[in-house]
Design a protein around this ligand. Structure first.
Ligand code: UN1
Length: 510
């Protein structure tokens, strides 16, 4: 049995973690646990987490249901007070959460710190909405009648989050859900359960009432699917792959649930011939290899003007070769491992496709690193393909790893067509010194986020986050726009005329 094996493998037994349901830390119904493994060193078992199933989901939804009325009726500014306390707790524990995150997810410490900071920022910012949650008033068409519109919570929300932003993304969903007055069941990415657990523990410490936040750990089929299909869950907010998102959307459609999807990307940076090339190279490095390329916003295409193509590639490849790959806990590391064996195999298969099927030029990288300290982790060399044609698979499909493709172009319109001609539309960028070109690009690039003279990554929490086409289903997270996911509008009419007035029918004397 996996459990017995894990216990004999190491001298110190890994900690056992539980689900959080109805304000209690409880074992999963199955009694089974799974290992949370460090992707930089697979001997390092961070802990054993509940392998939950439908029974746990049912209990968690029941708890969320029991807590719903009281939480909904708690005034929003009071809900927000607790969330401000939560932000302070997150801030206080930032270093510990950061270390936990690097250990379970692999991203380098600086970036993990940024991830926790994003959760802190999101919590402070969104808690502020507790004193706003603006609705509006508007004139009624009949005399002595008042019309206004307010937000109301939607009910029980199922939150399904990925591995790549282990605390930021859960916070993007959890905090707005709570400030709007909903209760939630969170299923975190199975590769990064500790960061969500840290977040939920902080919720407990902040004084969020029992049952308002519930955490059920486990795998997609056993936990995600029963959550999506539970009749009392009104809303599903999902970040993850486009394939899984599509299945969730279909299931939600047949049950008439609200669903918000944040899925893949194939983001591109355009480098014009007048760009500050060194700045463009720095941006490309960061955009393509930050988080080992495991960002929905990763710069996985670099679309470069033919006039500067050769020079840009030379500078880029030189820098990429110098990137220090390693364990994210080592301060010198610039690129950490990828998340797990399956991800590594998928990325390596794309590197093979790039060479064999696409026949692109492998300018650097391309291999798994296996020697010395690398042997126990999932490390891949930062990889650059050049001479990529826009329609090649490495130029079209999301790789989600440390691989980027350089594509040459001749005119800005051509570059814009290349950027737009993929099934996704999350983020784009352009490097140019020309204000006309940059504004034209901002207008024509059909993505949810667009940067000028910066990489495709680095979205801030007070602006809406999300994408067009295959990236999403029209919703936006973050900003105040996220409130439109987690609340529904209620229009209120108050007739104080003392008589029946029929809108659209009765004539109004002027
Ligand atoms: C993601 O890649 O799923 O804009 C989220 C960024 C981060 C969030 C990325 N703030 O890169």
């Amino acid at each position: 049995m996996a459990r017995a094996e894990a216990n004999t493998k190491k001298e110190t037994k890994p900690a056992i973690y539980k689900n959080y349901i109805g304000g209690e830390w409880v074992k999963p119904a199955s009694g089974e646990f799974f290992d949370n493994i460090n992707p930089a060193n697979t001997d390092d078992v961070i802990g054993r987490f509940p392998a939950s199933n439908e029974e746990d989901v049912n209990r968690a939804v029941e708890a969320a249901k029991t807590a719903a009325t009281r939480w909904r009726r708690t005034p929003a500014p009071k809900r927000a007070e607790i969330l401000f306390r939560l932000a302070q707790i997150l801030e206080r524990n930032k270093d510990a959460y950061t270390r936990d995150m690097t250990r379970e997810m692999g991203k380098v410490t600086k970036e993990a710190g940024g991830d926790v900071q994003e959760a802190i920022d999101c919590t402070y910012y969104t808690a502020g909405e507790g004193r706003r949650l603006h609705g509006f008033t508007t004139p009624a068409e009949m005399p002595n009648k008042f019309a206004m519109c307010v937000r109301q919570p939607v009910g029980i929300c199922g939150l399904i989050t990925p591995f790549n932003f282990p605390m930021a993304i859960p916070s993007w969903k959890l905090i707005p859900a709570l400030v709007c007055g909903n209760t939630v069941v969170l299923k975190s990415g199975e590769d990064v359960p500790l960061s969500s657990l840290n977040l939920v523990k902080a919720c407990e410490e902040a004084g969020i009432p029992a049952g308002v936040v519930n955490l059920v750990n486990g795998h997609g089929a056993e936990v995600g699917s029963p959550l999506v299909n539970h009749r009392d869950v009104r809303l599903i907010s999902f970040t993850g792959s486009t394939d899984t998102g599509r299945i969730i959307a279909e299931q939600c459609a047949s049950q008439n649930k609200i669903v918000s999807l944040e899925m893949g990307g194939k983001n591109a940076i355009i480098v014009m011939d007048d760009a500050d090339l060194d700045n463009a190279v720095e941006g490309s490095l960061w955009g393509a290899f930050g988080t080992s390329g495991q960002r929905c916003t990763a710069s996985s295409r670099l679309v470069v003007h033919k006039k500067v193509y050769k020079k840009f590639v030379e500078k880029l490849v030189e820098k990429v070769k110098q990137l220090k790959v390693g364990n994210g806990l080592d301060a010198k590391t610039e690129v950490g491992p990828v998340i797990n064996q399956a991800a590594m195999e998928k990325i390596l298969s794309y590197i093979e496709i790039g060479q064999k099927e696409d026949k692109a030029t492998l300018a650097c990288g391309g291999n798994r690193l296996t020697k010395g300290d690398y042997a126990k982790g999932y490390f891949i060399e930062p990889t650059v393909f050049t001479d990529v044609a826009p329609k090649m698979r490495v130029g079209q499909e999301e790789i989600f790893g440390p691989v980027t493709s350089v594509i040459p172009f001749s005119t800005l319109d051509e570059a814009i067509d290349i950027v737009n001609d993929v099934k996704y539309g999350l983020s784009s960028a352009i490097y140019t010194q020309d204000v006309n070109q940059s504004f034209y690009a901002m207008q024509e690039l059909y993505t949810g986020i667009c940067y000028v003279n910066s990489a495709t990554i680095g979205a801030e929490v007070h602006l809406p986050f999300g994408g067009t086409k295959g990236t999403g289903n029209g919703h936006r997270e973050a900003g105040t726009q996220v409130l439109d996911i987690f609340s529904e509008w209620k229009s209120l009419y108050i007739d104080y005329s003392g008589k029946l007035q029929k809108a659209q029918i009765d004539a109004v004397e002027i």
